[in-house]
Design a protein around this ligand. Structure first.
Ligand SMILES: [Zn+2]
Length: 272
């Protein structure tokens, strides 16, 4: 059994502030890199012990060079760096039986720790009317390839978001939000124990999880903070404005929608 892992940073146990997930944070950031590798190894170790035969990890945070390959278990393969065609989901394919989302955070506008959706320009995002953050948008990419999300770790807010979208994956709540940059955290060693155990259960029950299938057509609506950001996002061929701050993109092929979304988010950051 082959397991795909997409790993972000804001949802790690012990991480509560932006300085801890940005390179400029210095020692704060480097500590988060160590926590990141340890959570990945806990999940990979649990999956391998339960019978997984291959683990592919995609570093999915910011510049995507937060994981140091020398810190990982020898049977783990790592996709490091950016830019990548599928971004946070680079490397996913029908060859995998389950996907794990580790260190994930809640969507923009929610009360989660470091809650956002891709970047600070985006207020909210919907696919066929359903509010989604990175968890939903990325789960649809896995679902496109028939791969279910079997495990997610993060705070208590993304846990609720994931349950609403994904049904019954294994969920490990490693911290409880006390504010947008404050949390009551499990100590990392306990978080790892829970992630390892949940990864084992996820592998054993892999046939029970359902992929989140993309709708056809998939209608994406992105609400930006500023009209100028929507203007830039609307440079994507095939997109259209709905009101001053909302851009819509529709396609039968969800991968095209996902790419359009990522391009919009990037363009919006270049708003004059
Ligand atoms: Zn991130």
């Amino acid at each position: 059994m082959r397991i795909y892992i997409s790993v972000d940073m804001e949802g790690l146990s012990g991480v509560v502030s932006w300085s801890q997930v940005e390179v400029q944070g210095g020692e704060d950031y480097r500590r988060s890199c160590r926590l990141l590798a340890a959570e990945v190894n806990a999940a990979a170790g649990g999956a391998l012990a339960a019978g997984a035969t291959a683990i592919l990890v995609n570093d999915a945070h910011n510049h995507m060079r937060n994981l140091w390959s020398e810190a990982l278990l020898p049977r783990v393969q790592l996709i490091s760096g950016s830019a990548k065609g599928l971004g946070m989901m680079e490397g996913i394919s029908p060859a995998f039986q389950a996907a794990f989302f580790l260190g994930y955070h809640a969507r923009a506008g929610s009360p989660g720790i470091l809650a956002h959706t891709y970047n600070e320009t985006i207020l909210s995002c919907r696919v066929n009317g359903q509010e989604m953050g990175e968890t939903g948008l990325n789960a649809l990419v896995a679902g496109y390839y028939g791969v279910p999300v079997a495990l997610l770790s993060g705070d208590n807010v993304v846990a609720v978001e994931a349950k609403g979208l994904l049904g019954n994956p294994e969920i490990v709540v490693v911290k409880e939000a006390r504010g947008s940059q404050a949390a009551r955290c499990l100590v990392p060693s306990l978080a790892r124990e829970k992630i390892k155990a949940a990864a084992g259960r996820a592998v054993k029950n892999a046939t029970n999880y359902k992929p989140l299938k993309p709708p056809r057509p998939a209608v994406l609506e992105v609400e930006f903070k500023e009209a100028g950001q929507a203007e830039m996002a609307c440079l994507i061929p095939g997109s259209r404005r709905r009101g001053p701050r909302v851009v819509v993109f529709e396609h039968n092929d969800y991968l095209k929608v996902y790419r359009a979304f990522r391009a919009m988010a990037r363009l919006a950051k270049d708003s004059p």
